[in-house]
Design a protein around this ligand. Structure first.
Ligand SMILES: Nc1nc2c(ncn2[C@@H]2O[C@H](COP(=O)(O)OP(=O)(O)OP(=O)(O)O)[C@@H](O)[C@H]2O)c(=O)[nH]1
Ligand SMILES: [Mg+2]
Length: 437
């Protein structure tokens, strides 16, 4: 055992992190904050940061991204700090990556490559691993297409038929396509099992609450605080990858199922978002969404905007009646800022609660808010014919049944309090259901 562990230990790799600063990129974040985030990503891969630099890109140089003077400067810096890897916090084309590796004589990785690599290391479940592999291959395929276009252009329109490079790319593309097809079938299989598990859970009478948020916002810490679970929470980007579920009791004793899941980041590779679509179904179907934000982060607003954007891409409905913003890390604010945030939270739309997952401050209020969202709406009376057991079970799970009357023909009338969200879902799942106000 011991010897295996020793032999697996890789030597520390030193990294030079470069944040290329371009006009119109970064959505209002400061370049320094962007660089810091890129360094955090590199650290999440166990790279040791030797140096971080911001490089202003005035003009784009297609072959190397950076101009030739900058390329030379960075080559010298690489040598000076003894970097093994250069992280470029942008997307590089395969050609740029190759040219830079040649010029700097080190391995070069771009932002998407970095994020994919972190995900590959973190994936624990079979579904997680398959998803990451699928994302990686989709990314590679898109890069092959780009190389292909590039070659075509190089030939200036002549000799497009045949040629060894072309054949190789064609072969690579077909191999990747085959592998993607196989992965998708495997994933379908794994997901069928999970869907069955979810269906089984849905029979349990508990509404669901999903944690979402920017990576490192404190989702897992809050999850542990609320459920007394031992999910890994670390000061590391993308500490959590696979979803975890736990039951917790709201004030009044009502159980809800809380889910913790993967965090988001700005410029999240779209291949990853696609690959994780199924995992994020928990979020899509949740009765309440808790959007956890690091309110002490200087980029808190930009991060929140990124999270909303990803959720929108995933088709998650962010209706006000369904979302609570959890303004976390209140303990990191100075007393004045804290008071200000507390006042802001009262007026915020969607509703916001200032908490500290570490100290527990605000967590009681948060639970009360969740209970409020789940129960708030005035009750409706729903008539379920005999044999509509699925409807009755659904109502018990997603609403609060206040009264139940059974008729002789086996039909049931229920007075139920449903959230707006649940009511919308009800109409979609059971069209034409008999609702009496
Ligand atoms: N001071 C302070 N630190 C917190 C609080 N909540 C979380 N943290 C810290 O923030 C870091 C990230 O916390 P996690 O709970 O792992 O964050 P996460 O959102 O689950 O992150 P990913 O899984 O990586 O997306 C850890 O070092 C936590 O200890 C808080 O309320 N106050
Ligand atoms: Mg986490």
């Amino acid at each position: 055992m011991t010897s295996r562990r020793i032999s697996r230990e890789a030597p520390v790799q030193g990294a030079l992190v470069i944040h290329p600063e371009r006009e119109g990129r970064g959505q209002g974040r400061s370049p320094a904050a962007r660089l810091e985030e890129a360094e955090g990503l590199a650290r999440a891969l166990d790279l040791e940061i030797r140096e971080g630099v911001i490089v202003n890109l005035r003009r784009l140089t297609p072959a190397t991204l950076f101009g030739s003077g900058k390329v030379e400067e960075i080559a010298a810096l690489c040598e000076a700090v003894e970097a093994d890897v250069v992280v470029v916090d942008d997307s590089l084309t395969p050609v740029q990556q190759r040219n830079l590796e040649k010029a700097w004589k080190v391995k070069v990785i771009d932002r998407t490559g970095l994020i994919l690599e972190i995900f590959a290391r973190r994936a624990r479940t079979r579904e997680g691993r398959l998803q990451v592999e699928l994302a990686r291959l989709s990314y590679e395929r898109s890069r092959l297409v780009r190389t292909w276009t590039h070659l075509e252009r190089q030939r200036g329109g002549f000799g497009v038929m045949g040629g060894p490079g072309e054949t190789q790319i064609e072969t690579d593309r077909r191999l990747i396509a085959d592998r993607i097809g196989r992965l998708k079938r495997e994933l379908d299989e794994v997901r069928r099992t999970r869907t069955l598990q979810r269906a089984a859970r849905q029979r349990a009478p508990a509404p669901s609450v999903a944690l979402v948020g920017y990576t490192n916002a404190g989702k897992s810490t809050l999850f542990n605080r609320l459920t007394s679970a031992g999910v890994e929470a670390r000061d590391m980007l993308f500490a959590t990858l696979d979803p975890t579920l736990r039951t917790l009791r709201l004030p009044g004793g009502r159980p809800v199922v809380l889910s913790d899941t993967v965090g988001f980041i700005s410029d999240l590779p779209h291949e990853l978002v696609e690959a994780f679509r199924a995992t994020l179904e928990e979020v899509k179907e949740a009765d309440v969404i808790l959007h956890v934000r690091d309110i002490a982060s200087a980029d808190s607003d930009a991060e929140a905007a990124d999270v909303r954007e990803v959720l929108q891409r995933l088709g998650v409905e962010m209706a006000e009646r369904r979302v609570i913003e959890v303004w976390n890390k209140a303990d990191r604010l100075d007393p004045e800022a804290r008071q200000e945030r507390r006042t802001d939270a009262v007026l915020a739309r969607p509703a916001a609660v200032l908490v500290s997952a570490v100290s527990g401050e605000g967590c009681e209020a948060l639970l009360a808010r969740i209970a409020g969202l789940i129960d708030e709406a005035p009750p409706v009376v729903i008539h379920a014919a005999a044999g509509q057991g699925d409807l009755v079970a659904w109502l018990y799970r997603h609403g609060r049944v206040l009264e139940r009357r059974e008729a002789e023909d086996g039909s049931v009338s229920l007075a139920v309090s449903l959230s707006d969200q649940a009511q919308g879902q009800l109409e979609r799942l059971f069209p034409g259901v008999g609702v009496l106000a």
